[in-house]
Structures are given as structure tokens and as C-alpha cells.
Design a protein. Structure first.
Lengths: 423, 339
């Protein structure tokens, strides 16, 4: 999905270039390593934990969402409304979400000390500050590996909204890199109409025989990856309907909203129901340097409908207790309202909303001052949040992956999860 | 004094201190009432610029209108409410409050005979009220937020403009949609940013009743970054045909308000990343024949009943009154007296 920011920062140009570079990167491939604790792995498998991220591209305003400051010099025109949690108010632009706040939690005290789109995106989705020459895996890759379902042929790290493979798994290997889907079955995933099933089976049998012969003498990690990729692709072809959101009934489309985010959230629910460990959708665009209030009114109307439908469905279907849903951005927006009725980039005092899995329902962590210009209680940053997300799905965020005999930390060891948010 | 728009100059500059949103002259020419981001209303005495401010709404006030006698001013809030105030009271308190819309009320207009009030807002509905705040009827048909409402001064019709650039003409008597002017130039959908932007920010009718003007913005190459140009779109009232588009001389701004002057020309206020301007157009020409740069971005404009002054509301916390005549020289200082 094309995402145009108003500030035209280079980070987005680079991200696109990097993304395009991955288009030739092949298909799903296997990785090495295992969870540090087999007992923990068994526990996770039993619970089928999942993670979903709704990424509010451009930086959604905390004042127009989770931390309103009505009738202050920074509050803007929108009012705060009560929610299903007594004493917790959110912005009036989220009336449907407000009814689900008893299932969700807020962190209102984030200071990421950053106002750059690219760096903020990296912070929030990789849990670390970006450093030249060092690569870490994306939250989705960590979850795909940490919550891996060996019996599920579907990719474990999916970006809804199109595109192809991401290069975001670092040392975890391409098996855990993101796969872009767009609500339709992946391109070329159906058997060619002029190829009979029997012929295809014979063809694959012959390929396997040739492979086996080759591997007897010249087996390497790369050939293993190739073999696994092929087998996974074959299995994925059997499940191609999972990716077809048009299979959902019309009333479901109506409920989520007939707009891109509604479609993506419905697609995400479908993927989560099919036991995909990590799904990310994005909603564009909140980089509202101009007419912040008009654009938040417009965008959050879509978000509120789709998000409330999703949380309601996950709850009703009994999936919320095993599904962490995080609503995040690269940063928030300035309390100061500029002369174009806009708000600018702001990483100093902002919020995320999360819920499900082991997150304490109805919790509110942290506090900003009266007009939202600084954190005054329980300051946290992106690293702390990353630990929190992993803990919420039962992963030991201080643990390691064994990658080719080398222990790799799941998260930044300098950060600490928000323990009071986890049940 | 005669109208000489190319000699327009700032006559008064009055400071409130917080960013201003809207302003409106009272029909008797005694006061100007304005609103600001501090949720207050301010009343300015035009004789001396003396200000009285009072807390008014639980949200911002996007538009202000007077009943024709000037004794009652009505504020349209982003908190669903219309509030009626006694204009000249020492400490104004509400005469009545009406929960009028769901969410923002973006525009209010009073029928010139004072018999009806029209409002429109983010709930996409246009509503007609009597002067006592009783709902008379409502018009449903806009597909996006209603940005502007305008009573025709002679015919019993109302125009309402929306974010899509659609201007609906309604029969006030029965609520029937009579026709739609398509000012599509005023709407942009940016696929990259996935936002709708623009809207009919204001509507005006020429003194001869032959032309309507709709103002907003176009060339919105970066809506979220305030990259756009003001534009006025003119229609022939009789047959509804588009006459011309009048872009705003390359200025990066939103066209907020347009008014016709007594000589049939237009004055428009615009503001944005390129600053604040008054633009002057002739209906037969595409380009402004005169521009006046204002000291700060403008967000609203109101025409004085004498037709020779416009007030503008500015982000820098000022109200500015511009005089569209030749500058009157200041009286010479009495040097003998000083000595």
C-alpha cells in the first residue's frame, strides 16, 4: 500500500526502496533455531497466542484518541467521552471503541524522544533505536518465530495491505519475514488450469526425487531453505482461500466498514482465525500538519468502526484472550496547535492502546500533565513496550533464540516490560 | 467614502492573545463578535476597540451570526450546540441553548428577514430553526460534512455546500432538493494519503442576484502538509452553469470566505502556509486584480454592513479590520500644544 506522508521525509523513500528490493527475494523459506525453553514452547502452542498490530501511519494524535485534554490550550475542539471503564475517558471521535475499553488498556506515558517517521517506525516495530550496520528482527518476525505453529503451513508474519516479502527478520531468517497480502489469494498460488492434478503430483514427485539425489552429496543450509520454501508454497496453495476476504459474508463487510481499513481488519480477523501468529494492518494517514481535526474526524471514523468490530468479534469468539491487539504509531502529535489547525510530530508524551492476551483489561498506565506536554507518571519508551507485547503473549522477553548455536535476545536488554499491565 | 479596493489597508488591529477562529459584524455596525481557540467569545466595540470576552462553549466556535436587529448573536459550537446571546449585555449569559447537531456545527446563516436560521455540520444534515430555536425542518442529502449554508436574500431557497464540493439548493418551504451545483474543483481525494480534502468553505451571491460564488481550495498536492491554493468557483444563478474558476494567484492557502462588494466584485480571505491575504476578483476575470498581504494567516472574514470594511480573524490572536477605501490621513499633531 502506498503511504504518502506530508513531510516528505527521506525515511519513507528509503523504506520503499528497501521494500522494492525484497520483491525478488523469493518465497517462504525455513529457518533454524528453537525456543530456549521447550516447556514454554509447549505452553505457547497450547494457548495459540497471536499478535495483531494496527499501525496508524503518520502518527495519530494522542489528544484526539487515548489521552484527550478537553478545554485546555492544547485540547482542540473535540470533547472527551466516558468509556465502559469508570473514570477512563477517551476522545469523542471513538464512541464505538469507548464501549470496549473494559477489554483494552492504555499506556499514556510514552516518551520515545524522537520526531522522525522512519526512526519512530523502527522504534515502535523493532523495539530498539535504529543503528547503522546493526539489524534486529521486526516484532512480527519475533512473534512468528516465538509463536511458531509447526503444523501450520501458512506464513507466520503477515502484512495486510499488499506488497511482497519484507526484509525485516534479520538474523531470524527469511522464513519469518513479512508477507504482504491484499485480501485476495496470493498471485500465482492456484494450479494452472491446463495442468491436471495428477500431472502436477507426478511433477512434484519427480522434483523431490531429484532433490533427494542432490542432497545426498551436496546438502547445505541454503538447499534446506530452498526445499522448505517449495514445500511450504505447495501447502499454502492448498489454503489459498484463507487469503480471500471476499469469502466473508456481506454483513461482515458492512460491520467492519466498506473502506480499506474495514476490509483489512476483516481480513486480519480471518488470518487470526486461521492461527497466524502475527498480522499487521495499517491505516493511512495521520501525519496531519494541516487541518488535524478535520482529518482525524475523517480517519478515526473509519478506525472506530473497524477496530470496535474487530475487538467485539475477537471477544465474542473467545479469541481475545489469546490475541494481543496493539494500536500504535511512529509517534504522537504536538499538543501545540499550529496556524493551519495542524499538529506536528511529537515523541515526548503520547499513547498506545493495547488489549487481549495477558493484558490487564481496563488498565491505564502512566499519565501526562494537564495539557499533555510532558509525562508526569510512569514514563516508558518503545523498548519497554516491545517487552510488554512479548510478555502479553507469554514469551519470555528476556529470553533468547538459538540461532545457529548463538543466543540472540528477543528484545532490548536495556528496556523493561510494563509488568503491572500483564496478568 | 467610496469603495476603492486597490487602496485597501488595515485600519485596526486588535489583540485577543489566543488564536482566533471566527468573526462577524453585527448588522447595526456597533460590534464585532469573534471566537478563539480558548472556547470564548469576544465582543469588540467598533468605536474604540474595547473588548469583552466570556466563556461560551465546551468546544471551539466555528461560526457566528446575528439576528437582523443586532440584539441577539448566535454562536455555533463544535459541541453540538447553538447558543443565543444578548449582544450588548455587560456580561452576556445565554438566552437559550439548542442541541442542534451531532458534533460540529460548521456554519450558520440567518434569513435576511430574521424569520429562519440555517445550520449545517459534520452530521451531514442541514437544519432550519425559527428564531426561538425550534426546529422547523431538516434537509438530508449530503454525503459528506456540510461546510457552509447560505440563505438566498430574495427567494425562499437555501444553499448548502459540503466537503465533496456539492452545493445543494433546497426549497425552504418543503425541504425539496431543487438542484445541485457541482463545484468539484473544491474537492480533492488524495490516494496516497487516503484523505478527502477541501470543501465549499463559503457561499455568496452577487448584488444583482446573477452569480453565486463558492470558495475553497484546489491543487491539493499534499493535503496533510497544507500544500494547496485557494480558489473561487462562480456559477450562473439562472441556469446553474459554471461560469469560471478563479484560482488564488499561486498562494499556498485555503480560501475561507468570499463576499460580493457593492460594485459586483468579490473579496476573498485566505490563509495557510503561504500567509494570509485578501484577494480581489472581478467576476469576468480568472485572476485576482488586486491582493493585500495580511500580517498573519487569516481564518475567517466578515463584511461590515457599510460594505467598506472587512474584519479578519487571525491565528496570531488578532482581529484586523481592513478598510477598502482610500486611507484617510491621520490628523496632524498639534505641535504648539506639545510645546
Amino acid at each position: 500500500m502506498k503511504c504518502t506522508y506530508s513531510c516528505q521525509s527521506d525515511a519513507h523513500v528509503m523504506a520503499r526502496r528497501q521494500f522494492l528490493g525484497t520483491l525478488t527475494g523469493g518465497v517462504v523459506v525455513g529457518g533454524l533455531g528453537a525456543l530456549t525453553s521447550p516447556a514454554a514452547a509447549a505452553e505457547l502452542k497450547r494457548k495459540d497466542m497471536r499478535v495483531m498490530v494496527i499501525y496508524m501511519s503518520g502518527g495519530v494524535s494522542q489528544l484526539e484518541t487515548w489521552d484527550p485534554k478537553p478545554k485546555t490550550d492544547t485540547g482542540g475542539p473535540f470533547r472527551a467521552i466516558p468509556t465502559s471503564v469508570p473514570g477512563t475517558h477517551i476522545c469523542e471521535l471513538l464512541p464505538l471503541t469507548a464501549q470496549h475499553m473494559d477489554k483494552l488498556a492504555l499506556v499514556r506515558s510514552i516518551d520515545t524522544k524522537n520526531g522522525d517517521h522512519g526512526k519512530g517506525n523502527y522504534q515502535m516495530t523493532y523495539g530498539r533505536n535504529q543503528m547503522p550496520g546493526v539489524e534486529y528482527p521486526h516484532l512480527g518476525a519475533v512473534c512468528a518465530k516465538g509463536l511458531e505453529r509447526p503444523d501450520n503451513p501458512l506464513p507466520g508474519h503477515i502484512r495486510v495491505g499488499g506488497g511482497s516479502r519484507g526484509s525485516d527478520a534479520a538474523y531470524l531468517g527469511p522464513k519469518y519475514a513479512s508477507v504482504g497480502v491484499n485480501g485476495k489469494p496470493p498471485a500465482n498460488s492456484a494450479r494452472a488450469t491446463n495442468l491436471a492434478a495428477e500431472t502436477d503430483a507426478l511433477r512434484n514427485k519427480f522434483r523431490r526425487k531429484a532433490n533427494d539425489h542432490f542432497l545426498k552429496e551436496r546438502r547445505t543450509a541454503k538447499t534446506d531453505i530452498y526445499t522448505q520454501s517449495y514445500e511450504q508454497a505447495l501447502q499454502l496453495m492448498e489454503r489459498r482461500d484463507v487469503f480471500d476476504v471476499s469469502k466473508e459474508p456481506a454483513k461482515e463487510h458492512e460491520k467492519y466498514g466498506k473502506h480499506q481499513l474495514g476490509n483489512q481488519c476483516l481480513m486480519a480477523r480471518r488470518l487470526l482465525e486461521n492461527n497466524i501468529p502475527f498480522v499487521q494492518v495499517s491505516h493511512s494517514n495521520y501525519d496531519t500538519h494541516n487541518e488535524n481535526f478535520n482529518f482525524h474526524f475523517e480517519q478515526l471514523g473509519e478506525f472506530d468502526q473497524a477496530y470496535a468490530a474487530l475487538i467485539g468479534d475477537l471477544h465474542e469468539r473467545g479469541m481475545l484472550e489469546t490475541t494481543l491487539v496493539v494500536v500504535m504509531s511512529e509517534f504522537g502529535r504536538t499538543p501545540r496547535i499550529n496556524k493551519y489547525y495542524g499538529r506536528d510530530h511529537w515523541g515526548t508524551a503520547w499513547s498506545v492502546c493495547l488489549g487481549g492476551a495477558k493484558v490487564k483489561p481496563g488498565a491505564v498506565v502512566g499519565k501526562t500533565n494537564a495539557n499533555g506536554t510532558k509525562v508526569i507518571e510512569r514514563e516508558v519508551d518503545h523498548g519497554d513496550l516491545f517487552h510488554t507485547y512479548l510478555s502479553a503473549v507469554g514469551l519470555d522477553s528476556r529470553g533468547t533464540f538459538d540461532i545457529g548455536g548463538r543466543a540472540q535476545l528477543l528484545a532490548d536488554p536495556a528496556a523493561v516490560g510494563i509488568s503491572e499491565l500483564i496478568m | 467614502m467610496k469603495l476603492e479596493t486597490n487602496k485597501t489597508h488595515i485600519l485596526h488591529q486588535w489583540k485577543h492573545g489566543r488564536p482566533m477562529i471566527a468573526c462577524c459584524f453585527d448588522p447595526t455596525g456597533q460590534y464585532l463578535v469573534s471566537s478563539s481557540e480558548d472556547f470564548s467569545l469576544q465582543r469588540w466595540d467598533l468605536k474604540d476597540g474595547k473588548k469583552i470576552a466570556w466563556p461560551a462553549h465546551d468546544s471551539w466556535i466555528k461560526d457566528i451570526a446575528f439576528l437582523p436587529d443586532g440584539e441577539t448573536v448566535i454562536s455555533a459550537g463544535c459541541d453540538d450546540r447553538l447558543i443565543f446571546w444578548p449582544t450588548a449585555a455587560e456580561k452576556p449569559t445565554p438566552i437559550r441553548e439548542v442541541v442542534a447537531h451531532k458534533g460540529w456545527i460548521r456554519s450558520i446563516d440567518v434569513k435576511p428577514d430574521g424569520s429562519l436560521i440555517a445550520t449545517g455540520g459534520n452530521d451531514k444534515v442541514v437544519k432550519i430553526w425559527d428564531p426561538n430555536g425550534k426546529l422547523v425542518r431538516q434537509f438530508v442529502g449530503h454525503e459528506r460534512d456540510v461546510y457552509s449554508v447560505f440563505f438566498h436574500p430574495k427567494e425562499n431557497v437555501l444553499l448548502s455546500g459540503d466537503l465533496d464540493g456539492k452545493v445543494h439548493q433546497w426549497n425552504v418551504a418543503d425541504g425539496k432538493l431543487l438542484r445541485t451545483f457541482d463545484a468539484k474543483e473544491l474537492h480533492t481525494y488524495n490516494g496516497g494519503q487516503q484523505v478527502h480534502y477541501g470543501g465549499v468553505r463559503d457561499i455568496a451571491l452577487s448584488p444583482d442576484g446573477k452569480t453565486i460564488a463558492c470558495i475553497g481550495l484546489h491543487k491539493a498536492t499534499n493535503p496533510l502538509g497544507a500544500v494547496n491554493e485557494p480558489i473561487v468557483v462562480l456559477f450562473n444563478w439562472e441556469d446553474g452553469k459554471k461560469l469560471r474558476a478563479q484560482p488564488g494567484a499561486g498562494i499556498k492557502a485555503i480560501g475561507w470566505q468570499v463576499e460580493f462588494l457593492a460594485d459586483g466584485t468579490e473579496v476573498a480571505a485566505c490563509g495557510g502556509s503561504g500567509g494570509g491575504y485578501l484577494l480581489f476578483f472581478k467576476t469576468a476575470e480568472d485572476k485576482p486584480y488586486h491582493t493585500l498581504k495580511l500580517p498573519d494567516t487569516a481564518r475567517d472574514m466578515s463584511m461590515h454592513p457599510n460594505g467598506l470594511q472587512v474584519a479578519t480573524a487571525h491565528h496570531d490572536g488578532h482581529i484586523r479590520i481592513s478598510q477598502m477605501t482610500e486611507k484617510v490621513p491621520a490628523p496632524k499633531a498639534d505641535t504648539a500644544k506639545k510645546k
